[in-house]
Write a protein that binds this ligand. Sequence first.
Ligand SMILES: NC(=O)c1ccc[n+]([C@@H]2O[C@H](COP(=O)([O-])OP(=O)(O)OC[C@H]3O[C@@H](n4cnc5c(N)ncnc54)[C@H](O)[C@@H]3O)[C@@H](O)[C@H]2O)c1
Length: 408
Amino acid sequence: MTKLCVLGMGYIGLPTALLFANNGIEVVGVDVNEKVVSTLQQGKMHFEENGFQELLDSAMEKESFRASAKVEEADVFLVAVPTPFDTEFRMADLKYVISACEMVVPHLKKGNLVIIESTIPPKTCEKRVRKILELSGLKASQDFYISHCPERAIPGNTLHEMVNNDRVIGGLDKKATELTRDLYSSFVKGNLYLTTSTTAEMIKLMENTYRDVNIALANELSMLAEDYGINIWEAIEIANKHPRVNIHKPGPGVGGHCIAIDPWFLTENANNSSLITLARNINDSMPIHVLKKVKEMVNGIECPVITVFGVAYKGDIADTRATPALKFIKLAEKEGFTIKIYDPFVKEFEYPILSLEEAVEGSDCIVVLTDHSMFRNIPREEFFGKMRNRNVVDTRNVISKSIIHPYI
Ligand SMILES: NC(=O)c1ccc[n+]([C@@H]2O[C@H](COP(=O)([O-])OP(=O)(O)OC[C@H]3O[C@@H](n4cnc5c(N)ncnc54)[C@H](O)[C@@H]3O)[C@@H](O)[C@H]2O)c1
């Protein structure tokens, strides 16, 4: 039986480890966070997502998964640790990937395969990962193998997407690619596209950059539409009936840990990247634009109270990483506005989360920043509650016209 050691028991590493463990692979899940390890050792998940607990229960029952604080000898090592964004230098911070690879070095043996699932800039496998792993005295593509297999699963539907999405697999050499393909075939039902490690690194970043640039276009079009006094949502819907047009949705900016970050990983070593950089800057500036609209709404009101609907970076999830809502809130506070927040999904945030009733009481303007689907169904009397002034800025087009129409 193949033995796999997965480093990083987070949103990506843990479900990946469990899918392997439920499909004939012996898996050791390693994390540097002791709390994560001890929670998993007790057979419990340290975060919630549909189907994860069942998968953990079944792997524990099969005795094919165990959590550990230490890396140990294995046939395959899989790295799924964070690659945060270095805001100062606008580039990937590879410290976790580097330390994970260093942890593998003492255990590396001839014939081993090392897979990087973390999102990384082009050439990272070839230049950085290889160099660290060769400190073992073994030679890449001769004694052991390296590949990149980026993850594209969406939080909230991770398991389905991990199993059914197509995947890109890129090895430093053909054998690395083939070994990785054989491993993932154990549970992936989507197509496996084989290429080189640098191409795989680039593809993952290109996908998210495409989306970021497209959103920037939608945001710019929405600002133009405001100037022309037209409804951008109607315009995009009709434009997208064209068989070769797919304009994304405008909004208050881009959040999360992929789309808002990955374009910088692509441009960090590039000399010519004006479009990608411009798109990033447009999306980053959207909270300022939303604030401008709110200021127009509450103009003349003394000490305005603003209610933010939704601080998650996207609809129907609790994730607030890099959410544009935080930037909007900080800007609005600087303006002297009092902020109240309602988000039915988010439990932990830098600011208190209130009930709907508390959040709208005494408010002068509701600003919808997240497209949680339940916002669509709030009855009118509850939506406005005891607001002081019934103003609404809906950056996501989720609130029914029948609710806000008479007031904006
Ligand atoms: N979450 C997503 O939706 C998603 C989607 C696609 C790609 N990715 C990429 O996958 C990678 C992992 O992201 P995530 O969301 O799973 O991160 P995460 O923060 O949820 O989990 C990462 C885990 O790695 C652990 N860790 C850090 N250094 C370690 C080390 N040296 N050894 C062992 N464990 C270590 C942390 O303690 C943490 O538990 C990132 O590169 C991310 O960009 C994430």
